[in-house]
Design a protein around this ligand. Structure first.
Ligand code: ASP
Length: 499
């Protein structure tokens, strides 16, 4: 007898739910520390359970500092800080007896089975990313060329850009409004603030170091790749987009026979990439399971409680934007029913949620928009790769909410001028955000700087970033799909009748 498997999007959903359950069963123990030391030239690993007190002992005139039994994160973070300063220290751990450690190489959490399977998820993300760059290149070249002539190109291009920019600005405005009403930063007490600042300081350091310089002029200059192959090799999405659109556009200006040869080649390449997605999707349920279980097992849900109001503010904003603004766009500007739209993109949203990457989700987005929503290939190949790179409403809203939240915690009252600056810089920062996990928080530095909000405030929100990244990525890609439907409808490029 042949067993009938559930549909792919249901398989992915099942993978997601089971992964979350598996991850919460095999959670990382918050009362267990792994300590690695060098003893007689050998690496010794000890696992310490249920300590009562952990003290970093002074060597080199360092101050002694102790942590209690519920301060696993603080201990690990203090260790990272000391390692960054390359200082020498000893460790005294009190359980039922007292143990001392010297030459400490590592203090960290245990690895549970839920994390040891993460590599399967990593392969899944890599496979999707592997497809993303050639797909953006090929489909944008074909997409831009298939718009036929410069006039049509300019019309569709400006419509798409207008939708993208306006929805992004609306997203930030919604975020700022909700943050000003709920005022999550004022709910946080000063002890929690100090604790978060000290725990996440070492991680913040590396983020601040990776900070990119930012000016509008530079951003425009940076759009142009010196060497397109270099841009491809380094996954410089904005540069790849620029190059592909230029090539696609110019293909309409050269002789047909020559142009067709190039177009056919890239059309074939994009077709292959889309087919490759089907193959990769075969392991999607397992990949999703592995990724979610690793995240859930490691995620400190306590921190979600601590930052509850901040997270809630953002989530309310994201939900409003998705079910309000996008639903309205689909309703007003497309021939697709709102219900059909959301039903059709479920699988793509699940992939965005688990991978936290618009680039990795792009191939799936193109597939569902063509197959489930009936948008023509020429529109999806132009609108979606562009959107994956420049249209990030969720990220922009997150940057707005985070900026206001940090300002509130630091007791700053933002003027209208500062809030307008946030809207402007967050639009630009979200365009410049690479479509991969965790970049939004780095670009947030730019937004904070421009509005004069202390950058070190990022340490406050770092603990929940992973989970919020997953949610904002879903909004980023849903926005691309909604605009794609609207542009396609306006050009009469919806190929099947949607019921
Ligand atoms: N992960 C997001 C994306 O790929 C970007 C970010 O906000 O970090 O869309």
């Amino acid at each position: 007898m042949k067993i009938k498997l559930p549909k792919l999007h249901n398989q992915i959903l099942i993978g997601l739910i089971l992964g979350a359950i598996f991850g919460s069963i095999f959670k990382v123990n918050t009362h267990l520390l792994i300590i690695k030391t060098i003893k007689n030239n050998q690496l010794v690993e000890s696992s310490i359970k249920n300590w009562k007190k952990v003290t970093f002992l002074k060597i080199d005139g360092l101050k002694e500092i102790s942590f209690e039994s519920d301060q696993q994160l603080e201990i690990i973070s203090h260790f990272k800080k000391l390692k960054l300063q390359e200082t020498d220290f000893g460790l005294q751990v009190e359980t039922d007896n007292v143990e001392k450690f010297e030459n400490v190489l590592f203090i960290g959490k245990e690895e549970t089975i839920a994390q040891s399977i993460k590599w399967i998820g990593d392969i899944f993300i890599r496979l999707l990313n592997m497809i993303a760059v050639p797909l953006v290149l090929a489909s944008l070249i074909v997409g831009a060329a298939s718009l036929g002539d410069i006039k049509k190109f300019a019309r569709i291009g400006s419509k798409t850009l207008a939708f993208y920019l306006i929805t992004t600005a609306i997203a930030i405005a919604i975020g700022l409004m909700i943050a000003n009403v709920i005022r999550p930063g004022e709910i946080m007490n000063p002890e929690t603030k100090d604790r978060l600042m000290s725990v996440y300081q070492p991680d913040l350091q590396s983020k601040l170091e990776s900070e990119v310089g930012f000016s509008v002029k530079e951003m425009i200059v940076d759009l142009v790749p010196r060497n397109p192959f270099g841009a491809i090799a380094n996954s410089q999405m904005l540069q790849i987009v620029f190059f592909s659109v230029m090539v696609g556009m110019v293909l309409t200006l050269i002789k047909k026979e020559k142009a067709n040869f190039v177009i056919n080649f890239f059309d074939g390449l994009s077709e292959v990439m889309i087919r490759l997605v089907d193959v990769v999707m075969l392991i999607a349920p397992i990949g999703v399971f592995a990724l979610i279980s690793a995240t859930v097992s490691e995620f400190g849900f306590d921190i979600l409680q601590t930052l509850f109001w901040y997270a809630a503010t953002l989530l309310i904003g994201l939900a409003l934007h998705t079910f309000g603004v996008y639903a309205l766009i689909v309703r007003l500007f497309s021939k697709i029913k709102v219900k059909t739209f959301f039903k059709g993109i479920r699988r793509m949203q699940a992939i965005a949620f688990t991978t936290s990457s618009s680039a990795a989700t792009l191939p799936v987005n193109m597939e569902v928009c063509q197959e489930n929503l009936g948008v023509s290939k020429s529109i999806t190949s132009f609108v979606l790769p562009l959107g994956a790179t420049i249209n990030m409403d969720g990220t922009a809203m997150y940057q707005g909410v985070a900026a206001v939240f940090i300002a509130q915690v630091f007791g700053m009252d933002l003027t209208i001028g500062q809030q307008l600056t946030i809207i402007l810089t967050a639009v630009l920062a979200s365009i410049g955000t690479a479509p991969v996990p965790g970049v939004g928080i780095i670009m947030l530095i730019i937004v904070l700087k421009s509005a004069g909000i202390p950058e070190e405030g990022i340490a406050l929100i770092m603990g929940v970033d992973r989970i919020l990244d997953m949610c904002r990525t879903v909004v980023n890609v849903t926005g691309d799909a909604a605009v794609c439907c609207a542009v396609a409808s306006s050009e009469d490029e919806i190929l099947i009748v949607n019921s």
